[in-house]
Design a protein around this ligand. Structure first.
Ligand SMILES: [Zn+2]
Length: 453
């Protein structure tokens, strides 16, 4: 009834009130814009970029640009145009209702995230993927894993093999692994996955360990899971409770002389790494619970979610094994591992695991970029993890993660140069999502609708 009335009112009021800003469909021209093409570290100053039907049709001097009379011209003097970013450890709500999914998609899009990989699948995500593809639902390009393989969902090798076949058949892009797999269930999963040709990604179970994981050929290992445990001598005599999540309680026991061997293994097997360092820097860090919970972006999360996040942090800090000084060293060791990946040619992909503790979808991807820079990457290298590296990983013909003629027109217009300061990726003036231009005014209006009281 409420919806009916608001519908009637909006019809009645339509001629009387001015319409709010809208998304623009059609040809778009960016004038006088500085382009960050991401093919190498450079800025092309004062360019004209023309976009039509989801592709970049022109990039160059204004005088040679051709576009239709009806084109939307965006005056972008002093601004920067870069490829849209990918979030490779995203979570779309695994529920039966599409509405909460749309909210998350908007949070990503408003933050210039134009591609996401869903890391906990649900049958309705397959439908969502189709609706995004057809343009019925506005959202980033969506790749999705299936429902999780874990100690709970997989009890026998036979069951593991059967689940792989079912998920491949259903059309999921990836298999998502969670903790709790045994050597046997993991082995059956990996063998069947290779047989039917579907990549597996995510956690490394404690029982499996990173060395066996590398041997089995993960497509991507997320959270640096198993890395630190794999460096600790005598790990086979410890329990998962002792080592803590992602080895947080045993970092001081890691033999760092083994890092080159770890990197060699990852590189040889072409295994990509999604660090999700935001988890360590935000959730695990020895900070007061209100350190992040008052940030402006928290307004998009329901109050009970924020309370749960604060409690998760308090509970972790109350663990008798938790020690502030040692956790700081643990975070440093994770940074060192991220930098080692970069320096050894192990492919890094941008991802931060929102909505985990203090990670708001879309916003947290920009924090992750900062954490990569804190780990020692240059801003350009950090941007690569969310653009060209992702294109290489996904290996799709049109998607190059660069700004060039013929490329998919997923773009972010920024107020400042992110190659100089990575924080500039947050100064978003508008987002081009395929064939739709979403100006800042429109994004702000839509974000406001998502604010939770
Ligand atoms: Zn996750």
């Amino acid at each position: 009834m409420k919806y009916l009335w608001s519908f009637v009112f909006s019809i009645l009021l339509l001629p009387a009130i001015a319409q709010g800003p809208t998304a623009v469909k059609g040809e778009v021209v960016f004038r006088n814009v500085n382009v960050i093409p991401m093919d190498r570290e450079r800025v092309l100053p004062n360019q004209t970029v023309v976009v039509k039907d989801g592709k970049i049709t022109y990039l160059g001097e204004a005088k040679n640009a051709r576009f239709g009379k009806g084109a939307t011209v965006v005056e972008a003097k002093g601004k920067y145009l870069m490829p849209g970013l990918a979030e490779m450890h995203a979570h779309v709500p695994p529920v039966d209702d599409l509405e909460p999914m749309k909210e998350v998609l908007l949070l990503f899009a408003a933050n210039g995230i134009t591609t996401i990989r869903g890391m906990l699948g649900h049958p309705r995500h397959l439908e969502l993927r189709n609706k995004i593809k057809s343009g019925e639902i506005l959202g980033p390009h969506f790749y999705t894993s299936g429902p999780s393989f874990s100690g709970q969902s997989v009890k026998t090798p036979e069951q593991a093999a059967q689940m792989v076949r079912q998920q491949k058949e259903a059309g999921y892009d990836y298999l998502k692994l969670h903790p709790g797999l045994t050597k046997e269930t993991f082995g059956a999963m990996a063998r069947t996955a290779k047989e039917v040709n579907i990549p597996f990604v995510g956690h490394v179970s404690f029982d499996v360990g990173v060395w066996r994981a590398i041997e089995a050929g993960y497509s991507s290992i997320d959270h640096l899971d198993g890395f630190i445990e794999g460096l600790v001598p005598g790990i086979e005599n410890m329990t998962e409770q002792q080592t803590g999540l992602f080895g947080m309680f045993v970092a001081d026991k890691a033999d760092t002389t083994q890092i080159p061997r770890l990197m060699q293994g990852l590189k040889t097997k072409n295994i990509w790494v999604v660090p999700t360092q935001a988890l360590a820097e935000r959730w695990f860090a020895p900070l007061a619970p209100d350190h992040f919970s008052q940030a402006p972006e928290m307004v998009y999360m329901a109050p009970n979610v924020r309370r749960n996040w604060e409690n998760s942090q308090k509970n972790l800090q109350a663990n008798p094994q938790y020690n502030a000084a040692r956790i700081k060293d643990y975070i440093q060791l994770r940074r060192k591992l991220i930098l080692a990946c970069q320096q050894n040619g192990v492919g890094l992909l941008l991802g931060c695991d929102a909505p985990q503790v203090f990670n708001v979808p879309g916003f947290s991807t920009h924090h992750e970029l900062q954490y990569l820079v804190d780990a020692g990457l240059t801003p350009y290298q950090a941007l690569q993890t969310g653009t060209v590296n992702v294109a290489k990983y996904l290996n799709q013909a049109q998607y190059s993660g660069t700004v060039k003629v013929g490329a998919v027109s997923d773009l972010i217009l920024l107020a400042g140069n992110p190659l100089q300061s990575i924080a500039q990726t947050r100064q978003i003036e508008g987002v081009m999502l395929g064939n739709r231009w979403l100006p800042k005014t429109y994004l702000q209006q839509e974000l406001q609708k998502l604010e939770k009281k």
